[in-house]
Design a protein. Sequence first.
Length: 218
Amino acid sequence: MVDFYSNLDGVSNSSYNAFSSPFANMGTGSSNQDCLFPNTGINFIPMFDNIFMSSMFSFRAPFGRNNYSDKGFNTNTNLAQLKDVYNPQLSGKLASIANRNALQTGTIGKCSHVVSDTLMDAKLANGNIRVASAYQAASKLSENKNFKQVNIPREDLKKLPAGCVVVWDRSAGHEHGHIAVTLGNGKEASDHTQNLSSRNAEYSVFVPTGGNNINNVV
C-alpha cells in the first residue's frame, strides 16, 4: 500500500509549490485546494504544506527498515588500498540500506541526517555520527572502530566499490561539506542518489570493517 502520510515533515514550501502548481484549480474547481485526482469532482487526497513528491509516493512495504539486499551493487575492487580491508558482504549491505533510505527521502541538504540513520540501520553507529554539518562526521568516523580510514587518490574516487563512506570538507558554496555512501559504478547515496560528488575540497574515505557489531562504536 502506498504510504501517503507517514513522512510529511521537513521539506520546504518551495518543494510543495513546485509539485502542486500543475494541479491547481482541478478536482472540485477550488483555487485553494489542490488535488491528485482531477476531474472526479472529489478531492480524495488534498495536498498539504511541506509535502514533497517522494513522500506522496513512498512505497514502504518493499523498502522496510529491516529489508535489504547486498546484491545488485558493485562490490568488486582492484584498489590496492582496500586489499585486506574491504568486506564485500558488509559493504554491500550498507550500500543497499543507503540506497533505500535515499530513495525514501529524496531531498537535498539533509545528507548528514540520512547517512547517520543509514549507519544506525546497518548497526555500524549508535547516533554519534549525526552532526550539525556533514564535514564533522569525518572525525566521528575516524574514532569509530567499525570503520577503517583509507587514502584514496582523487582520480580513483570513482573506482570505489559500493559501501564506502566519503566525507567532503567545507568549500566555497558548500559550507557544511557533504557525506555519502558509495553505490559503486560512480554513484552515491545520501538523502538522494546521484553521481559521485567531485568538488574542490579535502575529503576522507572510510570503509566498514566492524562485522556489524554495534558494541564496537566509541
